[in-house]
Each structure stands twice: as structure tokens, then as C-alpha cells.
Design a protein around this ligand. Sequence first.
Ligand code: DAK
Length: 259
Amino acid sequence: MGEFVRVDVENGVATIRLDRPKMNAINAQMQGEIAEAALQVSADDDIRAAVIYGGEKVFAAGADIKEMAEMSYAVMSAHSRRLQGFTKALAAIPKPVIAAITGYALGGGLEVALAADFRVVGEGARLGQPEIQLGIIPGAGGTQRLARLVGPARAKDLVFSGRHVKADEALAMGLVDRVVPDADVYAEALKLAERYKNGPAMALSAAKQAIDSGLDVDLDTGLEIERLQFSALFATEDQKTGMTSFLEQGPGKAGFIGH
Ligand code: DAK
């Protein structure tokens, strides 16, 4: 449990709660706490899915500009090498992860959301990579994960301009997956996460890794990653359960145990 980030677990679903008033500005300590939370969620077999939530008012307005403003190249160079890992640690959680976004998700805040598998946003949400207005570029995955998600031209539009995108435009460009009333964001994200909590955990993890790793390599290498992940699932009890259940009772009735 960190000062600005906590992990609450209920019925197999973890909530990684960002809590640094007023704007959840992500300072270096909070970056470390996000990485620790991600490792905790990854390691705990009782956690089957996760929601990242910044509270009712704001998801996160980015890295802490007050902390960054006076950093030199030498300091930022060392700092970025040490800390770039916080969004990587989130993206590496081998379970379904949903970002629940109300209010602003800007800069490093959007980069946290981009490290999730799905994004549920409130109607009043505003998303963007405004770093260009500070004379810098996104530094925690924004140039890479955003371009992979929405394509290079849309990513360049957002990164070159720094403009904020409203929920409906974000949905249209594939930046987010679902728009709901602001008051329903967290409940909707939890509902989505709960779909996976009784699923075949190893198959879900294999699917996530095959898709994510496959996007970073050529097709043949991606197909090889898929082949290896696919074959490995035949060492799990859930594969036996899933297929036996289908043969005996038809589709969708298997009770998986998660290994
Ligand atoms: N950092 C520090 N303080 C912030 C902040 C931020 N990102 N965003 C807001 N605040 C503070 C404001 O200074 C203000 O403080 P007080 O004056 O009350 O003390 C308070 O929060 C309320 O903000 P506003 O008065 O501005 O509220 P408004 O509703 O008018 O506007 C806003 C809200 C979110 C639109 C606006 O505050 C804003 O534009 N904020 C900055 C957004 C931004 O530029 N974000 C990108 C930051 S750069 C890396 C890791 C991470 C990153 C890079 C590298 N490595 C590990 C390598 C990420 C970089 C970034 O995210």
C-alpha cells in the first residue's frame, strides 16, 4: 500500500486506485508506487482481472510538472531510465486490465490508460498528450502505444497538437472502448473485469501476451509466438476441463480453475 496508490481486491478483481489530490499528478514516488501495484497484481494468483481508477473527478493530469520543471538533461536521463518501467509494469500484468476514466486523462495519465487492455470513459472525459505544449514529447509510452492503438496519423495529430479529445471522438478513433455516464464509469469497468474472473486464467494470459508481443514483431515471429502459447495451454487443467465440458454439455459451461 503506497501513499498515492493502493490496491483493493474484491472477489478476484483488483482496483489500482490512483489518489494524489488534486489532479493525480504522477510524481516520481507515485510512478514507483504504480509499478509496485502492477507487480502485486501480477503476482497474486487470486487476482484474475484489474481496474485502474483515478476517482470520480480525474483519472490523472499527467506527470508532476512542478517536479519535472527544473530537471536537467542528466537528471532526467537517469530518472527516465529508472522509471520508464511504470507503464511497462502495468502493460505486463498478465491478466485483463481495464482503465476506468472520469475527467482528465492527459500526458502520463493517458499513458497509464494506454497500458491497460480496455478503456471505459465517462461522457465528460478529456484525453490527450499535451506534452508538446511543454516543449517535450510523451515519455512513458505515448508515442508508441498510442500509435499502435489508433494508427500513426491519429497519434501524430494528438501528439503534434497536444489537443484534448472528448469521449465521443475518442470512441470514434478507437482510443477508448466504451462511453458511459460519468457516474457509471467505475461500476461499468468492474462489470467488464468481472467477466474474466472465472475464466481460464492461463489462456487469457497467453492470449494477451500473444497479441501484445505479436504487435511488436513481424508476422512469422508473431505466428510462432502464437503457436508456442497455444501448444503450452495443452499442459493446463483448464484445457482438459474446457474440452471435456464441451463434449459432455455443449459450449460455455466449463467451470475453470485458473491453471
Ligand atoms: N503537474 C502538476 N500539477 C498539476 C498538473 C500536472 N500535470 N496538472 C494540474 N496541476 C495542478 C495545477 O497546477 C493546479 O495547482 P494549484 O494552482 O491548485 O496549486 C491544480 O492542479 C488544478 O489545476 P488547474 O487549476 O489547472 O485546473 P483546471 O481545471 O483549470 O485545468 C487541466 C485542469 C488538467 C486541464 C490543467 O491543469 C492542465 O492542463 N494540466 C497539465 C496537463 C499536462 O500538461 N499534462 C502532461 C504533463 S507531462 C516519464 C514519465 C511520465 C511522463 C514522461 C516521462 N518517464 C518516467 C520517462 C509524462 C509526462 C507528462 O505527463
